[in-house]
Design a binder for this molecule. Structure first.
Ligand code: SF4
Ligand code: FES
Length: 237
């Protein structure tokens, strides 16, 4: 079917502000949007800036705003976002981060916040056997956090970062802190608590659920943030 893809463009070397460019394409309803975008880049406009790697929903690098909602282009079928012949799909870069070029944003701040919460295993002991062992229940406790692919969608959709506090640590960083805080083998809670418990840390979250709505991995982000807030409060009381 014939559709129009409207892509927000911006080249910092030549543009003073973003603008929209339209591309007419012939696509199957079962085509993935990433395939269509790469086809546009390959046949209509080689200057289009787009980031992607695995093309299978694993690496998180092709998150973008599609018809107003954060999604992975490789996991979005044309029929999910275009209703029939002549439909228009609007594609924009992620929000809350500076645009590098077209659909690519500068992720430095996101990853700085991620590293801030010390998202790694901390233990003062060596494993008694060859590895630290856990029961299935202990493993299940941090299952949610292991699903995160650091796609930045939650950070982009967060209305608190956009409207209230641009320095808020952001949802993904808290998910990563929780992943290790909830791990029975880890001893880093005290250190991570300091990284979360400050005015721009975990507390600006207003439980607006936008992060949870857009997460391509279905992580219950808002629940995880609220659980972590309670854990900090209990620890301090
Ligand atoms: S929590 Fe979900 S939306 Fe946020 S970075 Fe991880 S996978 Fe992406
Ligand atoms: S390209 Fe890796 S998640 Fe889409």
């Amino acid at each position: 079917m014939k559709i129009t893809v409207e892509i927000q463009r911006f080249n910092p070397e030549s543009d003073s502000k973003s603008y929209t460019r339209k591309y007419e394409v012939d696509a199957e309803p079962t085509d993935r949007l990433l395939t269509v975008l790469l086809d546009i880049k390959g046949t209509q406009d080689p200057t289009l800036g787009i980031r992607k790697s695995c093309a299978h929903g694993v690496c998180g690098s092709d998150a973008m705003v599609i018809n107003g909602k954060e999604r992975l282009a490789c996991k979005t079928l044309i029929k999910d976002v275009a209703q029939g012949e002549g439909a228009v799909i609007c594609v924009e870069p992620l929000r809350n981060l500076p645009i590098q070029r077209d659909l690519m944003v500068d992720q430095d701040k996101f990853f700085k916040n991620y590293m801030h919460v010390k998202p790694y295993f901390m233990s003062s002991e060596e494993p008694k056997e060859k590895e630290f062992r856990q029961t299935p229940d202990e493993r299940q406790k941090f299952e949610e956090g292991t699903k995160c692919i650091l796609c930045v969608s939650c950070y982009s959709a967060c209305p608190v970062i956009q409207e209230v506090n641009p320095n808020f640590l952001g949802p993904a960083a808290v998910v990563q802190a929780a992943r290790f805080n909830d791990d029975s083998r880890d001893e880093g809670f005290e250190e991570r608590l300091l990284q979360l418990d400050y005015p721009d840390g975990i507390w600006p979250c207003e439980s607006r659920f936008e992060c949870t709505r857009v997460c391509p991995r279905g992580i219950k982000i808002t629940k995880t943030i609220n659980f972590t807030k309670r854990k900090i409060q209990q620890h301090k009381s």
